[in-house]
Write a protein that binds this ligand. Structure first.
Ligand code: SF4
Length: 367
């Protein structure tokens, strides 16, 4: 089949209802936001706020905190008040903590209908309390804790089962005239997850929170989430994302931001374009790329920096970038905006690139 040239390079968003989590909008009229979840004991408000500050500095838009006990629920008010980004309380099993979180001023509450036994009976009360306080809810369906009735019907957590479970709960909220929610249907298998979200997107206009649950350690989780989110966001499906990794939450945020930047859904910041190296390389490209990345980490400018191992593709790529190096013969040709500005010995490549990047950042008005 021919490539459809009409498909835009930046994905269009599926039109959705909008909701506000504190100051962050979620829905098709707002940028796709990045979420993560703290790993501290929520009852330890100081430690939790410290981790939230680290996540905020990394670019996290919305943070979720677990709330498994009364002590945790009691810490919510302080955390919600002092956090610079919206805080969502994550509630499983105990509906009374939903009310506590709303009362504490959390920007949102996540509920998992599958593991709150009396959930259907409580929906009216939850909808009322959330509506009065203006607190959005996330209906977070998980393959691992699917409603037993749905599980009996489908036999296992199929995409249809996940979507039906979420839509059923959504309908119950809607019956009580509450529409201020988003939905997630997470599964550890990206293919099941992708299909579940596609089914959901076709049947409702609620904003969707994307996640591959239990995605695994950093490498595997990054690949699974990138594949799944890429497939969905490219179709315009997804309004907020959480990359789940068995790794520190700041890593989740970095991966999430990178996914959105790769899809053109978030303005690019610093980007290192480095070659994979090959038999022609005349310099240790891995080491060079790592040292340049480390030296420029956190520089808040949209610079594209090319690190190339030889003179075959090196000058071409380096010329295309804002800043670049093409290495060879123990030297590095330094390019700035397409022009060779100097040639330095190999040992000086990293420091010269960093110097030039800082100079460009200053020109762009960033110290
Ligand atoms: Fe190989 Fe040179 Fe290409 Fe790097 S730039 S992959 S060293 S040919």
């Amino acid at each position: 089949t021919a490539v459809d040239l009409a498909v835009p390079t930046t994905p269009l968003r599926r039109p959705t209802r909008q909701l506000m989590l504190g100051g962050v909008g979620v829905g098709s009229r707002h940028p796709v936001s990045v979420q993560s979840m703290t790993t501290t004991v929520t009852a330890d408000a100081q430690a939790t706020l410290q981790q939230i500050a680290e996540l905020t500095a990394a670019g996290c838009d919305i943070v979720r905190v677990a709330c498994p006990s009364r002590d945790d629920a009691e810490a919510l008010a302080e955390i919600a008040q002092k956090s610079k980004i919206p805080v969502i309380a994550d509630i499983h099993f105990q509906p009374r903590y939903v009310f506590a979180a709303i009362e504490a001023g959390c920007a949102g509450v996540r509920v998992n209908p599958g593991n709150i036994k009396e959930f259907d009976d409580k929906i009216k009360e939850i909808a009322q309390a959330a509506k009065e306080a203006g607190t959005p809810i996330r209906i977070g369906v998980n393959a691992g804790s699917l409603d037993p009735r749905i599980l009996r019907k489908f036999g296992k957590a199929t995409p249809e089962a996940l979507a039906e479970s979420a839509l059923r709960e959504a309908e119950l909220f809607a019956e009580h005239d509450f529409h201020d929610f988003k939905i997630s249907v997470k599964h550890h298998d990206p293919m099941v997850m992708i299909r579940a979200y596609e089914l959901l997107a076709a049947q409702c206009d609620y904003p969707l929170h994307l996640g591959v649950t239990e995605a695994g350690p950093a490498f595997q989780g990054t690949v699974k989430s990138s594949v799944a989110f890429g497939a969905l966001l490219r179709q315009g499906i997804g309004d907020t994302i959480r990359v789940s990794l068995s790794a520190p939450p700041v890593e989740e945020v970095k991966v999430g931001i990178q996914i959105l930047q790769s899809l053109g859904l978030r303005p690019r910041r610093l980007e290192i374009v480095s070659c994979p190296s090959c038999g022609r390389a005349q310099v240790d490209v891995y080491k060079l790329a790592e040292e340049v990345s480390a030296g420029l980490e956190g520089l808040p400018v949209p610079l594209r920096v090319a690190v190339m191992g030889c003179v075959v593709n090196g000058p071409g790529e380096a010329r295309e970038a804002d800043l670049g190096v093409a290495s060879g013969n123990g030297k590095g040709q330094i390019f700035v905006r397409g022009e060779v500005v100097k040639t330095v010995p190999e040992s000086k490549i990293v420091e010269t690139l960093i110097e030039e990047a800082l100079r460009l950042a200053e020109e762009m008005g960033v110290d």
